[in-house]
Each structure stands twice: as C-alpha cells, then as structure tokens.
Design a protein around this ligand. Structure first.
Ligand SMILES: NC(=O)C1=CN([C@@H]2O[C@H](COP(=O)(O)OP(=O)(O)OC[C@H]3O[C@@H](n4cnc5c(N)ncnc54)[C@H](OP(=O)(O)O)[C@@H]3O)[C@@H](O)[C@H]2O)C=CC1
Ligand SMILES: CC[C@](O)(C(C)=O)C(=O)O
Ligand SMILES: [Mg+2]
Ligand SMILES: [Mg+2]
Length: 342
C-alpha cells in the first residue's frame, strides 16, 4: 500500500527558520496562512490593496504587495485563482525570486500545462489539500484536518521534500494523512474529481432528481429536502464509514432501491462519458478551453453561472436555509474573506 504520512512522521525543521509568503487570501489562502501561523511558522501574506488585504490585516497577518512578500520569503505559496496566476507570477513573483527559494502551489494546473515555467534554481513543490479551503480552516480549528497530497516538481536545494512535508503538516494535512503524488497525477485527478464526481457530477445528479420530482408535480420544498439537503447527511455517513456505514443506517427498502436503481441512473454509458472527460483533461483539451474562456473574459462561465443561480432549486433552497440558522454557509465565509466585512 502507498505510504500515508502523519504528523509523527514529519520533522518541521526545514521550515522553522524560514518565512512563508502566502500569495492570495481566498478560500485556500486564508486557511493556509492562519493554520501555518498557528502551527508556529512565520507567515507574510501577499496581496493587492482591497478587501482581502483588509481582512488579512484584521486577522493579524503581516501583509505586503505580492512583490514585497516574495522578496522577503523563502517559500512562496501561490494561492491565487488558477486563471490569474500566470500574469501575476510573471509580473510580481518571478522577478523577485532568489536562488534556493521554494515556489509552491496547491494545484498543479499552471505548471503541468506550462502556463508557469519556473526558473531552474528554485525548488518547486505542491501541497494540495483534498478539500475546500473553508473546511481546511474549519477542521483545523476543530482539532482535525483535511488529507493533503504533496509532490516535488524540482528539487534544486535537495531539501524540497522536507520543506513540502513540513508545509503539509503546518496546514493540518498530517492529522488526516499526507500522500506523495506528481504534478501530473494531482492535476489530472483533481480536475477529473471536481468535474465528474464532486462538483459537476453531484450538482447535475441533484438537479436532475429535483427537476424529475417537481416536473411530476411534487412540492419544490419536498424535492429540495429530498435531493439536496439530505445529500449532506448521507455523505456524512459515507465519509465516516464508506458505503457499508451508510447502508447500515438507511432502511433495507432504501438499500434494495440503491442496489437495483442506482446502476440504472449511473450506467456504462455514464462511465464511458466519464472516460471522455478524463481524456479531455489528459490531452489538454479542457485546459485549452478554460484558458481561452478566460482570455475572452468568461462569456460562457458568466452566462451559465447566472442561469444556475436562478434555478428553482437555488431559489427554494435560499428560503429554506434562512429558517435553519445552524446550517453553516461557506459562501458567507468566502464573502467575508473577499469583502473584508465580518
Ligand atoms: N478552493 C479550494 O478549496 C481549492 C483550491 N485549490 C487551488 O488553490 C489555489 C487558490 O484557489 P482558491 O483558494 O479557490 O482561490 P480564490 O478565488 O479563493 O482566491 C482569491 C484570492 O486571490 C486574490 N487575488 C485575485 N487576484 C489578485 C491579484 N491580481 N493580485 C493579488 N491578489 C489577487 C484575491 O484578493 P482580492 O480580494 O483582492 O480579489 C483573494 O484573496 C488554486 O490553485 C486552486 O486550484 C486547491 C485545492 C482546493
Ligand atoms: C473539488 C473542487 C476543488 O478541487 C477542491 C475544493 O478540492 C477545487 O478546485 O476547488
Ligand atoms: Mg480538489
Ligand atoms: Mg480543484
């Protein structure tokens, strides 16, 4: 079995005298900066003036421009949106790198697809938490953590692995398990997971179920609770103990329906389309389309996003969630991070 590393396997020495620049203070950025600081490491946050800057100051960080944070740091973790990274890297990071620095990423996209080509005299690694940034922070505060992958693209100093592992431990990955990967494997599996299963797959499944019920005349509120709200409760059981644990808790009627109807929804054709999606990721078709979409100022992204936000499941869900104040909302936390108001 692949070796999974935990806190007790990792020596933090490689990062102890070092300064870490966390560039960006969004979903991942705020979680890395706060978790690393609370793990005892020196952190400077690199940003442009604005909402994230104000929030990072409010959270007690030293905040500098991206260029100045890079100049001061030994390890530069780039946690900007993937689509803006190449420009900001070229303008403010690369000119300020010094020999022996470490350049780090939480996703391999830009290095793997050659949108960022690092100089030869720095270490290059990734530490990719396998979870949303707000949960990287929330679980850390709760004394737990989110699993993380680490991968070395370039080991100029000979210390890249020790540095990456200390970083992964600092953000809380060593509480849940740290696995070695490559930039290629992380990039391709992460893109596949978010498109086919975790985000694209799940939202399409929920929406199709909701629409099937409402088009048949059932109440939208009932359809919302059935297809979206209860998803989290079922997924919690999967998270805690896999399929067996979930099936232990549901009724035998549900389990029989799971066995006979699940494969009618997700069948061999669905799997063949998943393979097509993976091929498009592997051969660069997806990356090419996403890069062009951004160069054109996101016409399709914005149109689809507006349409999705107006879908009946979102309208009814907003109303129902207002009546459940115990439901925590990452979007509110994200707005807080990006608009500086708490
Ligand atoms: N979201 C997640 O949970 C995960 C993300 N990743 C990876 O982590 C990286 C970061 O993603 P994510 O956290 O979602 O990013 P976000 O969209 O949350 O990051 C936004 C941050 O970037 C800052 N920013 C944007 N443009 C600039 C600029 N021109 N100059 C300076 N700062 C700027 C924003 O500041 P401002 O307020 O000024 O706009 C804000 O602080 C990506 O590589 C992603 O693939 C990996 C695992 C999970
Ligand atoms: C699942 C989406 C993700 O890959 C993540 C939170 O891990 C992302 O890019 O945000
Ligand atoms: Mg991911
Ligand atoms: Mg991702």
């Amino acid at each position: 079995m692949t070796k999974v590393l935990y806190n007790h396997d990792i020596n933090e020495k490689a990062l102890q005298e070092k300064k870490i620049a966390v560039i960006g203070y969004g979903s991942q950025g705020h979680a890395h900066a706060l978790n690393l600081k609370e793990s005892g490491f020196q952190v400077v946050v690199g940003l442009r003036p604005g909402k994230s800057w104000d929030k990072a100051v409010e959270d007690g960080h030293q905040v500098e421009s991206v260029a100045d944070a890079t100049k001061q740091a030994d390890v530069i973790m780039i946690l900007l949106p993937d689509e803006y990274q190449p420009k900001i890297y070229a303008e403010s990071i690369e000119p300020n790198l010094e020999e022996g620095n470490a350049l780090a990423f939480a996703h391999g996209f830009n290095v793997h697809f050659s949108q960022i080509v690092p100089p030869e005299n720095v270490d290059v690694f990734l530490v990719a938490p396998k979870g949303p940034g707000h949960l990287v922070r929330r679980t850390f505060e709760d004394g737990a953590g989110v699993p993380a992958l680490f991968g070395i693209y370039q080991d100029y100093t000979g210390n890249a692995t020790e540095t990456a592992l200390a970083y992964a431990k600092g953000v809380g990955g060593g509480r849940a398990g740290i696995l070695e990967t490559t930039f290629q494997e992380e990039t391709e599996t992460d893109l596949f997971g978010e498109q086919a299963v975790l985000c694209g797959g799940v939202t399409s499944l929920i929406k199709a179920g909701f629409e099937t019920l409402t088009e048949a005349g059932y109440q939208p509120e009932v359809a919302y609770f059935e297809c979206l709200h209860e998803m989290k409760l079922i997924v919690d059981l999967l998270y805690e103990g896999g399929f067996e644990n979930m099936r232990y808790s549901i009724s035998d009627t549900a389990q029989w329906g799971d066995f006979v109807s699940g494969p009618r929804v997700i069948d061999a054709d669905t799997k063949a389309r998943m393979k097509d999606i993976l091929t498009d990721i592997q051969n660069g078709t997806f990356a090419h389309g996403w890069i062009l979409e951004n160069q054109a100022n996101r016409p399709q992204f914005n149109a689809i996003n507006n349409r999705e936000n107006k879908h009946e499941i979102e309208v009814v869900g907003r109303k129902l969630r207002e009546l459940m104040p115990f439901v925590k909302q990452a979007k509110k936390a994200k707005d807080v991070v990006s608009n500086g108001t708490r």
